[in-house]
Design a protein. Structure first.
Length: 349
């Protein structure tokens, strides 16, 4: 069996009996979240009483179509990674729905959740921290197979070799340890592990942030190649707006736990509507000195609010150049201003 047959339904471990995907509809997005919230309690004092709440994710709504890549961007600490982990049920959501193929998996527990796991996987940010240094590469990649009891013996070894080959590594490396590889090679190992169960949906949590610039393009090209070959759906989390522009079909912009704008890649980069999106894109350098010298850079003033104590109205009102009294008392509605384009701002038409 070659790498190109990895995702054949009859052979794929992720489609084993009892774990078959639900019937698909052409109109149903693969993943959708509705009013998703993830609040973390703050405890203090001798008796560890709750004294507050960190609103890491505070009521986000969006969907991801089958086969597309949705880029999720925003500054550090805005809740991007938390949103991805909640969608994969690594955290229990405080509130809201997580719809996978139209089925709300937010309430799933125990064995019911365990059976859903093969359909959703994650590529973690730090390849140094996400791989167990005491396990061989083969054992790391085969761990999902062992956990779900899908393949054993020669079939297991063959699967590991296929996965290594699919991510561009020599199958003979299966008996080596993570410390023997470079950062880019380790991230390829992490990708191979994420693909072991033939998932449909993969959260890529800043998969290139810890890599050298020379290696980043290789990893992104690998992700694109695997997506094209196996029809995968990605949530690509990053603060690198240039890379998101390269890989994403649509882009969602996040600020302090909320999505402020969602649009196609072309529309968002050509005509950003939300003031925060405009500020973000103005900071991305253009590789043309003549054009760069004439560009206006929007410098945000004011302090970034704490997610434990966000503003009463719009989260962005403390730094927004067009904020008014309305913005400071009323949270803007998340609305569709054009087909496929959503914005949360009182003054965007």
């Amino acid at each position: 069996m070659t790498a190109d047959t990895m995702n054949v339904p009859g052979n794929a471990p992720g489609n084993a009996p009892g774990n078959a995907p639900s019937p698909r509809s052409d109109t149903t997005p693969l993943m959708r979240v509705e009013n998703l919230k993830m609040h973390f309690p703050i405890h203090a004092g001798i008796f560890r009483r709750q004294v507050g709440t960190i609103k890491a994710v505070d009521g986000i709504t969006f969907d991801i179509k089958r086969g597309e890549t949705l880029g999720l961007v925003g500054e550090s600490g805005c809740g991007k990674s938390t949103a991805g982990r909640v969608m994969l049920r690594l955290y229990d959501a405080t509130e809201g729905k997580i719809l996978l193929d139209g089925v709300d998996i937010a309430p799933f527990k125990g064995e019911r959740l365990r059976k859903m796991r093969p359909r959703m996987q994650m590529v973690f940010q730090d390849p140094h921290a996400s791989l167990n240094p005491r396990m061989t590469v083969g054992s790391i990649i085969a761990e999902p197979l062992d956990e779900h009891g899908l393949l054993k013996g020669a079939e297991r070894e063959e699967r590991v070799e296929e996965l290594l080959d699919a991510v561009g590594l020599n199958p003979a490396f299966a008996n080596r340890y993570p410390h023997e590889f470079s950062g880019g090679q380790r991230q390829r190992i992490g990708i191979a592990r994420a693909f072991a169960l033939n998932p449909e949906f993969i959260v890529c949590d800043e998969p290139i942030a810890a890599l050298d610039v020379s290696i980043q393009a290789q990893v992104v090209n690998l992700l694109e190649d695997l997506q094209a070959r196996f029809g995968l759906t990605y949530l690509f989390i990053s603060h690198d707006l240039s890379m998101v522009r390269h890989i994403a079909d649509r882009v969602a912009v996040m600020y302090l736990g909320k999505i402020v704008e969602l649009a196609s890649r072309q529309d968002l980069y050509a005509t950003p509507k939300h003031p925060y999106t405009q500020a973000l894109l103005s900071a991305v350098p253009i590789p043309n000195p003549a054009v760069e010298a004439t560009r206006e850079h929007i410098v945000l003033k004011g302090d970034l609010p704490s997610p434990a104590n966000p503003p009463a109205g719009c989260n962005f009102c403390t730094r927004c150049p067009i904020a008014t009294d309305l913005c400071r008392v009323e949270d803007p509605e998340w609305r569709e201003i054009e087909p496929g384009r959503h914005v949360a701002c009182h003054y965007v038409e």
